[in-house]
Design a protein around this ligand. Structure first.
Ligand code: ADP
Length: 255
C-alpha cells in the first residue's frame, strides 16, 4: 500500500491547513488558519466577502502561496514543498471557477480531453471515452462537437465540471460556480453537483452563496470571518442554531 494512503488512513484527513497565514501587503487575509477535511466529505465555506474563502481554494490550486504554515493533501505536502512534490500533490485537486474558463477555440470534447492526454498521458481514445461518460453525467452528451460560444453559461459551466472531473481528482474545489449565471440556469448546474456529491466519493470544498444548496450537500459548514474559522459544524447546526453573533448576522443578511 502506498505510504500516502497509509497516512490518510492514520490521520483520517485528506486536507490539512496548519497555522496558515497569507498576506497581501498589509492585508492579513488568512490568519494562522487551521482546519482539516476528511476524505469524501463535502465542506462548504461561508462568510462575508473578503473573509479569505477564495484564497483557500487558490492556495490548494497552487495559484498563490502562503506566507507561513503548512498545507497537506492526502499525506503529501503542498506547502512548503519542492516544485516536483507540489506538482504531484496538486494533481489530486480539480477546480471549477466562477467564470468557466473554457478554451474558446476548442470543441467541448477537446476541452475535456486536453489535460488528461497532456498531463496524465492517457491515449486519445481513452480520454474521449471518459469525456463522453462525463458529458453524459452532466447532461451534455449531445454537445460534444459544440464550441463554448455556442453554449449557454449553464452548459459551459457543466462542461467545466466535466473537465475538472476528467483529471480524476480526489478533491473538487468549487468557487461560486453559479454566481456568473443567469438565474434560470443556476438550478441545472446545482442539480449536476448534487448528483456528483451523491454518486461519487469525491471530496468537495465549496464556496457558495447558495445556502439551500449548501444545506443539501454539506457534511460540514465552516464559517469564516477575517481569515479565521469562527464556527463550524453540520449544516443543521450552523443554519438553524448558529452560536456566533457574526454567523447570525451573516446568515441574516444572505438567507
Ligand atoms: P472571499 O472569497 O471570502 O470573498 P478572498 O479570498 O477573495 O475572500 O479575498 C480576501 C482578501 O484578499 C480580500 O480583501 C481581497 O481583496 C484580498 N486579495 C485576494 N487576492 C488578492 C490579490 N491577488 N492581491 C491583493 N489582494 C488580494
Amino acid at each position: 500500500m502506498p505510504a500516502d494512503t497509509d497516512l490518510t488512513k492514520q490521520n483520517d484527513e485528506l486536507i490539512r491547513f496548519t497555522n496558515v497565514t497569507k498576506r497581501f501587503g498589509d492585508n492579513t487575509v488568512l490568519d494562522d488558519l487551521c482546519f482539516s477535511v476528511r476524505p469524501g466529505k463535502h465542506v462548504t465555506l461561508i462568510g462575508p466577502s473578503g473573509s479569505g474563502k477564495t484564497t483557500i481554494l487558490r492556495l490548494l490550486m497552487t495559484l498563490a502561496r502562503p506566507d507561513s504554515g503548512t498545507i497537506d493533501v492526502n499525506g503529501g505536502r503542498l506547502f512548503p514543498a519542492g516544485e516536483k512534490e507540489r506538482r504531484e500533490v496538486r494533481k489530486k485537486i480539480g477546480m471549477v471557477f466562477q467564470q468557466f474558463n473554457l478554451f474558446p477555440n476548442m470543441t467541448v470534447l477537446r476541452n475535456i480531453t486536453e489535460a488528461p492526454v497532456r498531463v496524465l498521458g492517457l491515449s486519445k481514445d481513452e480520454a474521449e471515452e471518459r469525456a463522453r461518460e462525463l458529458l453524459d453525467l452532466v447532461g451534455l452528451a449531445d454537445r460534444v462537437d459544440a464550441r463554448p460560444s455556442q453554449l449557454s453559461g449553464g452548459q459551459q459551466q457543466r462542461v467545466a465540471i466535466a473537465r475538472a472531473l476528467a483529471m480524476r481528482p480526489q478533491v473538487l474545489l468549487l468557487d461560486e460556480v453559479t454566481s456568473a449565471l443567469d438565474p434560470e440556469l443556476v438550478a441545472g448546474v446545482l442539480d449536476v453537483l448534487r448528483d456528483i456529491a451523491r454518486s461519487t466519493d469525491i471530496t468537495m470544498l465549496c464556496v457558495t452563496h447558495e445556502m439551500n444548496f449548501a444545506r443539501d450537500i454539506s457534511d460540514d459548514v465552516l464559517m469564516f470571518d477575517a481569515g479565521k474559522v469562527i464556527e463550524s459544524g453540520s449544516p443543521e447546526k450552523i443554519f438553524s442554531e448558529p452560536e456566533h453573533e457574526r454567523t447570525r448576522e451573516f446568515l441574516g443578511a444572505v438567507l
